[in-house]
Design a protein around this ligand. Structure first.
Ligand SMILES: Nc1nc2c(ncn2[C@@H]2O[C@H](COP(=O)(O)OP(=O)(O)OP(=O)(O)O)[C@@H](O)[C@H]2O)c(=O)[nH]1
Ligand SMILES: [Zn+2]
Length: 302
C-alpha cells in the first residue's frame, strides 16, 4: 500500500476560479481542489497534499469561524472565510448606495462578523455634511463610523485604522471609486508587489483587481487584511427569514412582540416592527430592504 502524501497546513491568500494560492509559514503553493469542487474561500485554513515543490491539492478545509458570502437566485459565491470584521468603504464622492451598504451590513450580521463603516475622502468638503448625515443613521444602529482621507491625510488615516486592524482578520469591501485601493496601499505598504506575485502565480494576466486576496501584515500572522474587487450588487438569496429578521439590529428589541408568533413583518396586524416603522423609529429604506430580501430568499433555486 502506498503511503499517503504528507498533508501540510496553509492559508488561502487568493482565489481565481478554481485556482488558489495558499501560504504556508515558508512558501506559497498553487493549489487546486479535487474534482469540480470550488467551496474554498480566501482566508480558509486548508490541508494540502503536495504534488510538486510549489503545487498541491486541497484535501480538506479546517472548520471556519465565519463565512461571508453573496448569492443570486442560482448559486452562492464565497467572499471570505474566518474574517473577524468587515470594513465597508464609502466616500463623500462619488456617491455610495445605501442599498449596498445595508446589504453588506446584513451579510456581516448573518455571518456574525463585526461591521465598521469607513468614510474616505473627507477632504472633499462640499459633500461632507450631507454624507455625515447619511452615515449617522448607521452609527445610530450601532455601527462604528471612522473618517479618513487617504489622499489628503494619509498618516492620520493609518493612525485611525491600524489599531482597529491589529490582531483581526479584516475584509475591505466597497463600490468602485471609493478609494479602497488607496487605503489598502497605505495599510499594506507592499500590496502592489504582493498582487503582482499573486497574479503571476495564478496566471490571472492583467486582471489584478478581479480576485480577492489576503495580506498578512504586522509582525505575526494574527493580522490579516483582505481586499476584494469592487462590486455593484450584493445578492443575499441564501438568507432564511429567521436569519434576515435577526440581521436588522433595529428589529431586535421588537422580535417576539408581534401579535402572531410567525409574523413576517410585512402587512400583519399588530406587528411591532410595522408599528415602529409607522412611528418613525425604523428607517423606511431599511424596512423596504428587509421586504426585498425576504422576497429574494423565497426566489432561491438551489
Ligand atoms: N479627494 C480624494 N480623492 C481620493 C481619496 N482617496 C482616493 N481618492 C481618489 O479616488 C479615486 C479612486 O480611488 P481608488 O483607490 O482607485 O478607489 P477604489 O475604491 O479602489 O476603486 P476601484 O479601483 O475602481 O475599485 C482615485 O482617483 C483616487 O486618487 C481621498 O482621500 N480624497
Ligand atoms: Zn411583525
Amino acid at each position: 500500500m502506498a503511503t499517503p502524501p504528507e498533508l501540510i497546513s496553509a492559508t488561502i491568500i487568493a482565489a481565481h476560479g478554481r485556482h488558489y494560492l495558499a501560504q504556508t509559514d515558508a512558501i506559497k503553493l498553487q493549489c487546486v481542489t479535487r474534482g469540480k469542487k470550488s467551496d474554498v474561500a480566501v482566508g480558509d485554513v486548508v490541508r494540502v497534499a503536495m504534488t510538486s515543490p510549489n503545487q498541491g491539492v486541497i484535501e480538506s478545509i479546517t472548520e471556519r469561524n465565519s463565512l461571508l458570502y453573496r448569492s443570486d437566485q442560482y448559486k452562492s459565491k464565497l467572499l471570505a472565510a474566518n474574517v473577524t470584521q468587515l470594513f465597508i468603504v464609502v466616500a463623500t464622492e462619488p456617491g455610495f448606495s445605501d442599498d449596498l451598504v445595508s446589504r453588506s451590513l446584513v451579510a456581516a450580521e448573518a455571518a456574525g462578523v463585526q461591521a465598521h463603516l469607513i468614510l474616505n475622502k473627507i477632504d472633499v468638503t462640499e459633500s461632507l455634511a450631507k454624507t455625515r448625515q447619511r452615515l449617522a443613521q448607521y452609527a445610530r444602529l450601532g455601527y462604528p463610523v471612522h473618517e479618513v482621507s487617504a489622499r489628503a491625510a494619509p498618516e492620520a488615516a493609518v493612525a485611525t485604522l491600524a489599531p482597529l486592524l491589529q490582531g483581526q482578520s479584516t475584509i475591505l469591501i466597497g463600490q468602485s471609486g471609493m478609494g479602497k485601493s488607496s487605503l489598502i496601499n497605505l495599510l499594506v505598504p507592499d500590496a502592489d508587489i504582493a498582487v503582482r506575485e499573486i497574479s503571476a502565480a495564478l496566471d490571472t494576466g492583467k486582471h489584478t483587481t478581479t480576485f480577492t486576496r489576503l495580506y498578512n501584515t504586522g509582525t505575526g500572522t494574527d493580522t490579516a487584511i483582505i481586499d476584494s474587487p469592487g462590486f455593484q450588487e450584493f445578492g443575499l438569496y441564501h438568507l432564511s427569514e429567521g436569519m434576515l429578521e435577526r440581521a436588522f439590529p433595529e428589529f431586535e428589541a421588537l422580535l417576539g412582540k408581534c401579535k402572531y408568533y410567525n409574523c413576517h413583518h410585512l402587512t400583519e396586524p399588530s406587528c411591532a416592527v410595522l408599528a415602529a416603522l409607522a412611528a418613525g423609529e425604523i428607517l423606511p429604506y431599511r424596512h423596504a430592504l428587509y421586504v426585498q430580501l425576504l422576497h429574494e430568499s423565497s426566489q432561491k433555486l438551489y
